[in-house]
Design a protein around this ligand. Structure first.
Ligand code: ADP
Length: 394
């Protein structure tokens, strides 16, 4: 059982350019923490610093309250599972799993007991005498996980463990890792991935690393929070765009008015007004802003039943706004469809619709924009604060 704490942690390689900037982070005992971000954002570097495989350039890294900056990897009580499995090809599954224990001069009968127990948990019992080349990718990864389990570490570190598996195996192994974490609830897990579905489904806490437009912020944390917190309350346009698939729609506009009920935004190109329940603090009329709304939150309404909003319409504080657009493409996925609509100004607006939607390219459609799920971003990319008085995501 171990907690991890990072204070002002920095990392720079050769030419001095920071790869990790000023990271403050606490990972609690038993917590499943996922480092998320696209390739090159610094996730592995951060993980490898915790593992003791990379030096910390600046700041403090502590495990269970003790600073470990200069403690060798083998003495940190951590076990790492790599994307490439890193198994010894000439050893059997049993020998691979027993290797670390043997090095640590663990008594033979204890090795036997621990390896058999891990093999039972991972359903590898029938494969113990095989060599890695006679195993599938999923089985190899289970052996790599087994090798970590037998060491009974306080911290499990996973570096993109599912990347080499095909889609079905990835799904199965993901569920297995979630089940294992429950079984080994006393250990903390740090898990690196670029896949937001893995992050959303596995994490207690997601650490999303920044890779937006501002290169000065690369290697810093964009947001830390529970998966739904990042989904519901992204602090910036970068987080809003990274979490969720298809990604959030972003519509440029200007602040038309501000009051206690929120901010009314007039969209560029169409002049439609949308009320967003955010605090107007720091905003002023005519200021350029971006409205954010997810495809799954736009609701198709009968065009005849709801009059579309126009520039002249004032938007009541309690009313949802309505946008009218022309359908350009319908992607049918079975259970649901994604409808692409022309967005004046050249972009595309995507809205989720039922699988059996009759909408087709060329149709005009009206979309309700439920105000409780709207977001507003300023030009520097930060989100306006949601009004506490409005039940956000009720
Ligand atoms: P991720 O795991 O998110 O894909 P990494 O942590 O591997 O990202 O890399 C972060 C950045 O650090 C990248 O720009 C990468 O090119 C750079 N980097 C990684 N390892 C080294 C190294 N040994 N020397 C110099 N730069 C490196």
């Amino acid at each position: 059982m171990a907690s991890i704490s990072l204070r002002g942690v920095q990392k720079a390689y050769g030419d001095g350019t920071p790869v990790i900037r000023n990271v403050d982070l606490d990972i609690g005992e038993n917590e499943f923490c996922v480092f998320l971000g696209p390739s090159g954002c610094g996730k592995s570097t951060l993980l490898r610093m915790i593992a003791g495989l990379e030096d910390v350039t600046d700041g403090d890294l502590a495990i269970d309250g003790a600073i470990v900056n200069d403690v060798p990897a083998a003495q940190r009580g951590v076990a790492m599972v790599f994307q490439s499995y890193a198994l010894f090809p000439h050893m059997t599954v049993f020998e691979n799993m027993a290797f670390g224990l043997k090095l640590a001069k663990t008594p033979k009968d204890e090795i036997e007991r621990k390896v058999r127990e891990a093999a039972r948990i991972l359903q590898l019992e029938a494969l113990l005498e095989r060599r890695p080349k006679a195993l599938s990718g999923g089985q190899r990864q289970r052996v790599a996980i087994g090798r970590a389990i037998v060491r009974e570490p306080g911290v499990f570190l996973f570096d993109e463990p599912l990347s080499n598996l095909d889609a079905t195996l990835r799904g199965q192994t993901r569920v297995e890792i979630a089940r294992l974490h429950k079984q080994f609830a006393k250990a903390s897990v740090v898990y690196v991935t670029h896949d937001q579905i893995e992050a959303m489904t596995l994490a207690d806490k997601i650490v999303l690393l920044y890779t937006g437009k501002d290169t000065e912020r690369y290697g810093s944390i964009a947001q830390i929070g529970a998966p739904l917190e990042l989904y519901r309350r992204p602090k910036s346009r970068f987080v809003a765009g990274f979490i969720g698939s298809p990604r959030m729609n972003f519509l440029p506009g200007k602040v038309a008015s501000l009051d206690a009920q929120g901010v009314v935004v007039t969209l560029d190109h169409t002049g439609e007004n949308v009320r967003v329940p955010v605090s107007g603090a720091g905003l002023q009329t005519a200021q350029p802003v971006t409205l954010g709304v997810r495809p799954e939150h736009l609701e198709f309404v009968d065009a005849l039943a709801v009059a579309p909003a126009t520039a002249a319409t004032t938007v009541a504080a309690s009313a949802d706004s309505v946008l009218t657009r022309t359908v350009s493409l319908v992607e049918q996925l079975g259970e649901h469809s994604y409808v692409h609509l022309d967005q004046p100004g050249g972009a595309v607006l995507i809205a989720k619709a039922p699988g059996e939607t009759r909408l087709a390219p060329g149709d005009r459609a009206s979309l309700r924009v439920p105000r409780a799920v709207c977001h507003l971003f300023t030009e520097d990319g930060f989100a306006a604060d949601a009004l506490e008085s409005v039940e956000h995501y009720a």
